[in-house]
Each structure stands twice: as structure tokens, then as C-alpha cells.
Write a protein that binds this ligand. Structure first.
Ligand SMILES: Nc1ncnc2c1ncn2[C@@H]1O[C@H](COP(=O)(O)OP(=O)(O)OP(=O)(O)O)[C@@H](O)[C@H]1O
Ligand SMILES: [Mg+2]
Length: 238
């Protein structure tokens, strides 16, 4: 059984009489421990796919099974519970709460999952150590650099030991060197056994992951590994 099983998933938006097929009959399996990038041009459906895989949104049709649980028909409250227990998110603009300090931001998902104050503190400190920020725990997000804020967001995504970590353009708002450091952090998490999915329009980032899922016009266009991608490029030059 795969960690995630997506079957014939479509997401259709209706806007001003126009039908937009943001996802068009997508089927996909993700195994535990995979390190994947979802790539494709702007508007191709990457974020929509991530939102459905991450139980932030429901499909118009089709089914999703996550860690053995059929998600279909779950209420918003149940979806929130599944997300809190099983999924960690990292976003382009960090989404930290400005009035909370670093430690409180990292503790927040555990408040919702009912972890005791003492354990929250211990786990938050451990997560901050993982991203090398234990010496910034009393700072507010505005008192940190962009890369540091993203590392706090990654620590927050990790504290409930999620089955899967999604990151939507996690380096999109960072300079090249800082983005590289964040990418290295995801590589480290992957080596340590986390299931990590990066959404990106940047082919250089996608080149780092062993599996790439390419989306075009809401459909999966191709899935290739790095070696085959190289061969493909060579083949096209003839
Ligand atoms: N709430 C919405 N209502 C209507 N259409 C939407 C909505 N959200 C997304 N879309 C449309 O669905 C399509 C896919 O959008 P999506 O955000 O998934 O693209 P993306 O690949 O993440 O793009 P980007 O790289 O720019 O972030 C686009 O055509 C978009 O305009
Ligand atoms: Mg997007």
C-alpha cells in the first residue's frame, strides 16, 4: 500500500461562465520515504495538486487515500485533524505568526494536537536544533532573516513528526545562497527518512530530487529520473 494514492482526481473551477480544469484526471502513487518535486509552468496546477495531496482542499471528482485512510467525504474539521497529525507544510512566504516568538510558532501545531506544555517545549527546542536555530527562540519572525524564517517554518512543519512534508516554492522568496541552504535542509530530511514533496517551477531545484512529477494544463506530463532526463536531452539534439 502506498502512502498516498490519488485516483482520477479532477479539480474544476467555474469563473464567470468559464470552466477551468486546474487538475484533469490525475492518478498518482507516492511511497513512504520518497523525495519528489512537482514541476510545471505557472498556472499548470502544481499548487492545486499540492493542496489536494495535503488535504487543504477537496477534489471535484476522484479519490485520495492517505496513509490507509480514504479522505473522501471528510468534513473540514476532520481534514484539519488529518493535516495536523500527518502533514507538515512549508510555504513561499513562510506564514509565521508575527506576534508569536520563534519557539511559540514552532509549538503551535502541538497546541492543536493536545501535546502537554512540557513536551511541546522539548519537541520545539529539538526541532529548532535540527534547523540550527535554537539560539533564536525568543526572537519574533520580523527579527530574523528570510532564510532563518523559512528554517523556523520547517521546524514548525516537523514538530508533529508528519508522514509527509510539502513545500510550495520554499526558496522562491530567498536569494540563491539562502535558497541553496534551505534545499540542503530538505535533502537532509529526506536522507533521514522523511517523505518530502517540493513544488517548484525551478528546474535546478527539481534536478535535486530522484523523482519529478511534471504537470502541464492540469495533467501529469511525464515522470523521469535524472539519468533518463539526461538521455532525453541528448536524444533531442539529434
Ligand atoms: N480558487 C480558484 N478559482 C479559480 N481558478 C483557480 C483557483 N485557484 C487556481 N485556479 C486556476 O487553476 C489553475 C492552476 O492553478 P495553480 O495555482 O495550481 O497553478 P500553479 O502551477 O501552482 O502556478 P504557479 O507556478 O503560478 O504558482 C490556474 O489556471 C489558476 O488560474
Ligand atoms: Mg503555485
Amino acid at each position: 500500500m502506498s502512502l498516498v494514492e490519488l485516483r482520477n482526481v479532477s479539480k474544476i473551477y467555474h469563473l464567470g461562465g468559464e470552466e477551468i480544469r486546474a487538475l484533469d484526471n490525475v492518478s498518482l502513487d507516492i511511497e513512504s520515504g520518497e523525495f519528489i518535486s512537482i514541476i510545471g509552468p505557472s498556472g499548470s496546477g502544481k499548487s492545486t495538486l499540492m493542496h489536494i495531496l495535503g488535504c487543504l482542499d477537496s477534489p471535484t471528482s476522484g479519490t485520495i487515500k492517505l496513509d490507509g485512510t480514504m479522505i473522501q467525504g471528510a468534513s473540514p474539521r476532520e481534514l484539519a485533524r488529518i493535516r495536523n497529525r500527518k502533514i507538515g507544510f512549508v510555504f513561499q512566504f513562510f506564514n509565521l505568526l508575527p506576534k508569536l516568538n520563534v519557539l511559540q510558532n514552532v509549538e503551535l501545531p502541538m497546541v492543536y494536537s493536545g501535546v502537554s506544555a512540557r513536551e511541546r517545549h522539548e519537541r520545539a527546542v529539538a526541532a529548532l536544533k535540527m534547523v540550527d536555530l535554537e539560539n533564536r527562540s525568543k526572537h519574533r519572525p520580523s527579527q530574523l532573516s528570510g532564510g532563518q524564517q523559512q528554517r523556523v517554518a520547517i521546524a514548525r512543519a516537523l514538530v508533529n513528526s508528519p508522514k509527509i512534508i510539502f513545500a510550495d516554492e520554499p526558496t522562491g522568496n530567498l536569494d540563491t545562497n539562502t535558497g541553496e541552504a534551505i534545499l540542503q535542509l530538505f535533502c537532509k530530511l529526506s536522507r533521514e527518512g522523511s517523505t518530502v514533496i517540493l513544488v517548484t517551477h525551478d528546474p535546478e531545484i527539481a534536478a535535486v530530487t530522484p523523482r519529478r512529477i511534471e504537470i502541464r494544463d492540469g495533467k501529469i506530463a511525464e515522470k523521469v529520473d535524472a539519468r533518463l532526463a539526461g538521455l532525453d536531452r541528448v536524444a533531442r539534439t539529434f
